[in-house]
Write a protein that binds this ligand. Structure first.
Ligand code: SER
Length: 586
């Protein structure tokens, strides 16, 4: 008899994980709802630690100091990566927790045992690598974690040290528990493992052990917590893919079941639909419905983007029902509350499809017309067109941006915001102050990011030098994205200085003023203006206190005190000599 290689199911890994930690005296607790309560730091539960925060800060947990659970997490910040082999906007996180009980040594030893012992997952240790916190002025290098790995037999050459970007976790909002982490990677590439996780994508992160020992304060300082905690998170979908030797996560049981309902064609689109509808199903099961406000607008955008990708696959009739039914089936055994709400979930999702279906074709035609009307050397679609697509045809801005991108075009986002703002003002007048749709909220957040982008641009120039030039900007209600010319990766210190400088000017409550002048006077006044833009006779110049001056169409907030706390979420390269920063206001 030949030995068929074993195929792992997600149900099996979930069970085995909980059983392992039960055997190590952990109490099994339920996960929290994916949609957070009003007033939370985030719109959705992004990590298992969020609901456990009070206990990490010292409150005693009724089930003891050792816990384990499965938490469904929603991370729309990863949306741009969905379509690749391993990123999802919604994933199940397997977690074990020590609330002031065991710390680094035991946590690392348990992870190693679970991953490599033949009684448990039996992964080949020679395909594993780990990363540890490199240290800075405030928190020293995490040598204890590195020692713990060495003791277990991980060779020094497979232990890498990185800074805050990679090996630091939390806080989820502006303040709260945080600390250094050690991450575990599995080699999914061909041949022998080589290179390191930061630069070689064949190293796939499967587990993160966070050592929560600090409380980050309002002023950015770290207060040691009264207890030392462990918060680990293992990606269920990724780990099952790794165990089965799959090339991508869509081959695992619960995702294959969904993607199979879609016709062959553009693979990215099949993956995006699978991911987005799965996330929307979890949202609907948590009581959310699509709307123009906050959480509901995130849900609307996921569904509409999935529908648009359906068209790319050549599906011209309603199809969400079928995909969503497959999602519900894939979750039925584990998430009974999803199955029991099947009828209502399908109604919510198909109603949104019907609504968007009515305008999608006409909107696509409108887009085509506008794109074709551009002269050969104009690569930018007017903001007014993007606004019409938004307002009349219900196209979230990123759908228009995606359509533009597919044709090598960009969208004039400033123009879109301008149109948005003037529409908002008109609506306000028309409804005599009773304007209450989500439009206003959405726009306010975008406007805040707009002003923050000016602050960031200036801060970068002051810290990195004035060769820094803005090369592009993209703003959504969730974040800003700024591309700028600069030849090197920013160090952790530089990022921290940039954050501090921006926050310093936010707290100074600086007025933001607008003046009109000729482009010439604007340059003489020291206003920044890039993109090789052509300006008309008169330009608007926005000045933020004594800090920044930039030519821009606006709109902007009136005072920097409206902005909140600025935080860099990611810094990366987009092309030779161009860096990209994504940042949020929290
Ligand atoms: N909070 C950490 C993470 O989300 C570990 O659970 O990666």
């Amino acid at each position: 008899m030949t030995n068929e290689p074993k195929t792992w199911t997600t149900a099996e890994l979930r069970q085995l994980y909980l059983k392992f930690f039960e055997s190590k005296n952990h109490a099994i607790i339920p996960g929290a709802p994916v949609v957070t309560k009003e007033g939370s730091n985030t719109l959705f539960t992004t990590a298992g630690m969020q609901p456990l925060e009070p206990f990490l800060l010292g409150q005693s947990h009724p089930q003891g100091q050792r816990l384990a659970n499965v938490q469904v997490c929603i991370r729309t910040t990863d949306i741009d990566s969905v379509g690749d082999d391993s990123h999802l906007t919604c994933f199940e996180m397997l977690g074990n927790w020590s609330l002031g009980d065991y710390f680094k040594d035991d946590s690392i030893a348990m992870s190693w045992e679970f991953l490599t012992s033949s009684d448990w997952l039996g992964l080949d240790p020679s395909r594993l690598a780990v990363t540890c916190y490199a240290g800075d002025d405030t928190v020293p290098q995490d040598t204890e974690s590195a020692q713990a790995w060495l003791k277990l037999g991980v060779p020094a050459a497979r232990i890498f040290f990185y800074g805050r970007d990679d090996n630091w976790w939390g806080p989820v909002g502006q303040t709260g528990p945080c600390g250094p982490d050690t991450e575990i990677f599995y080699w999914v590439g061909d041949g022998n493992p080589t290179g390191e996780p930061a630069t070689n994508e064949s190293w796939l992160e499967i587990w993160n052990n966070v050592f929560m020992q600090f409380d980050q304060r309002d002023d950015g300082t770290y207060e040691p917590l009264t207890q030392q905690n462990v918060d680990t998170g293992m990606g269920l979908e990724r780990t099952v893919a790794v165990l089965n030797g799959y090339a991508n996560i869509y081959e695992i049981d619960i995702l294959a079941q969904i993607i199979q309902t879609l016709p062959a064609g553009v693979e990215d689109s099949r993956r995006i639909i699978t991911d987005h509808i799965r996330t929307a199903v979890f949202m609907a099961a948590a009581g959310l419905a699509p709307s123009n406000l906050d959480r509901g607008y995130v849900m609307r955008r996921l569904i509409r983007r999935a529908i648009r990708h359906g068209r790319k696959l050549g599906i011209n009739e309603p199809f969400i029902n079928k995909v969503a039914a497959a999602v519900i089936e894939s979750l039925a055994e584990t998430y009974g509350e999803v199955k029991s709400q099947e009828a209502i979930i399908l109604t919510i999702l198909t109603a949104e499809e019907q609504k968007f279906g009515k305008t999608l074709e006409r909107g696509l035609r409108e887009f085509d017309k506008a794109a074709l009307a551009l002269s050969d050397n104009k690569k930018e679609l007017d903001g007014a067109v993007a606004f019409k697509l938004y307002d009349t045809y219900g196209f979230p801005l990123e759908i228009t941006q995606e359509l533009a991108d597919e044709r090598g075009l960009i969208v004039d986002v400033n123009g879109f915001n301008e149109a948005f703002k003037s529409h908002q003002e008109k609506s306000r007048t028309a409804t005599a102050g009773t304007f209450a749709s989500g439009l206003a909220d959405h726009s306010e957040q975008v406007i805040k990011y707009h002003t923050t982008t000016h602050l960031l641009h200036e801060a970068l120039r002051r810290i990195l030098g004035d060769t820094v030039q803005q090369k592009g900007s993209n703003i959504t209600p969730e974040r800003l994205r700024l591309d700028f010319a600069y030849g090197a990766k920013l160090t952790d210190e530089q990022k921290q200085e940039v954050e501090e400088l921006v926050n310093e000017h936010i707290t100074k409550s600086l007025p933001v003023t607008r003046e009109e002048m000729s482009p010439d006077s604007a340059h003489k006044a020291g206003a920044l203006g890039f993109f090789g833009e052509k300006y008309g006779d008169r330009v608007s110049v926005y000045t933020v206190g004594d800090f920044s001056k930039e030519i821009c169409t606006g709109p902007h907030v009136a005072n920097t005190s409206e902005l909140g706390h600025f935080k860099i979420a990611k810094e990366e390269s987009v092309a030779a000599g161009i860096r990209r920063i994504k940042a949020v206001l929290v």
